[in-house]
Design a protein around this ligand. Structure first.
Ligand SMILES: Nc1ncnc2c1ncn2[C@@H]1O[C@H](COP(=O)(O)OP(=O)(O)OP(=O)(O)O)[C@@H](O)[C@H]1O
Length: 253
């Protein structure tokens, strides 16, 4: 019955003594885009990072509760965080290609994860990842040029191609369009819509218009709490909670 890819149960996240996420439980489904919205500082990015253990890289961050990927506890001792982050990939706010060629940006992941034993396999992964990210036609004749020489929107699509290259199951996107102009933003939004067929996608966004455009389900966070979670159309037309209503009508945030 359930199509749940990620399940969080009673998750708290602390930075030192400070609790940034309070008792969040949520199911994130396959085949759709889930948006996290809420005012600045409400914990959207913190919670997103707990879904692939990116918080492990922050010295005083601590996660309690349970997060399951296909029923498997991602915080279990047996879970390798590097392998986990290939399964649950991430795209950041600012495009961050490696200072290497377009080709090498994408080749890195498949190489370290042993996905491409021969050069032909790697070439195939590079082409298919760039194609899925909607960038192949623009870069196929310049794969040896630096990734950093691309436009901002192209760099972000390169970062999406890099995430796709290791065949993830989930892609987490933390405000992936905030550094992009409206045309590049529209291109990424179209891409997100196509990618949801193959991956569960979670996007943090400050833009309610963007959440309404790209997502099928929306989670509204406030002061570290998950206030309301439901179908995007319901959240934006008939929110159950007063706080959600205040936020979506622009009363605060
Ligand atoms: N590395 C950190 N160390 C200590 N506190 C942090 C750290 N990162 C975030 N916080 C705090 O945790 C809370 C949640 O921050 P977070 O960045 O997750 O919110 P957000 O909703 O994503 O905000 P924004 O929309 O502004 O990006 C805030 O009070 C923030 O100051």
């Amino acid at each position: 019955m359930t199509n749940s890819k990620l399940t969080a149960r009673n998750v708290d996240v602390f930075y030192g003594q400070k609790k940034a996420i309070n008792n969040v439980s949520i199911e994130i489904d396959n085949g759709i885009v889930t948006a996290f919205i809420g005012p600045s500082g409400c914990g959207k990015s913190t919670f997103l990072r707990s879904l692939n253990r990116m918080n492990d890289t922050i010295a005083d961050a601590r996660v309690t509760g349970e997060i399951l990927l296909d029923g498997e506890d991602i915080y279990a001792a047996a879970m390798d965080p590097v392998a986990l982050r290939a399964r649950v990939g991430m795209v950041f706010q600012k495009p961050n290609p490696f200072p290497k060629s377009i080709y090498e940006n994408i080749a890195y992941g498949p190489r370290i994860h042993g996905l491409a034993p021969a050069k032909a396999d790697l070439d195939g992964i590079i082409e298919s990842s760039l194609t899925k990210a909607g960038l192949w036609d623009e870069v196929k004749d310049r794969l040896n040029e630096p990734g950093t020489a691309l436009s901002g929107g192209q760099q972000q699509r390169l970062c999406i191609a890099r995430a796709i290259a290791v065949s993830p199951e989930v892609i987490l996107m933390d405000e992936p369009c905030s550094a992009l102009d409206p045309i590049a933003t529209a291109r990424i939004e179209e891409l997100i819509d196509e990618l949801k067929e193959s991956f569960a996608i979670v996007i943090v966004t400050h833009s309610m218009q963007q959440a309404a455009r790209v997502s099928q389900r929306t989670a509204f966070f406030h002061l570290g709490n998950l206030v309301e979670y439901g179908d995007t159309s319901q959240i934006f037309t008939t929110p159950r909670e007063e706080k959600t209503k205040d936020y979506i009508t622009g009363r605060y945030g």
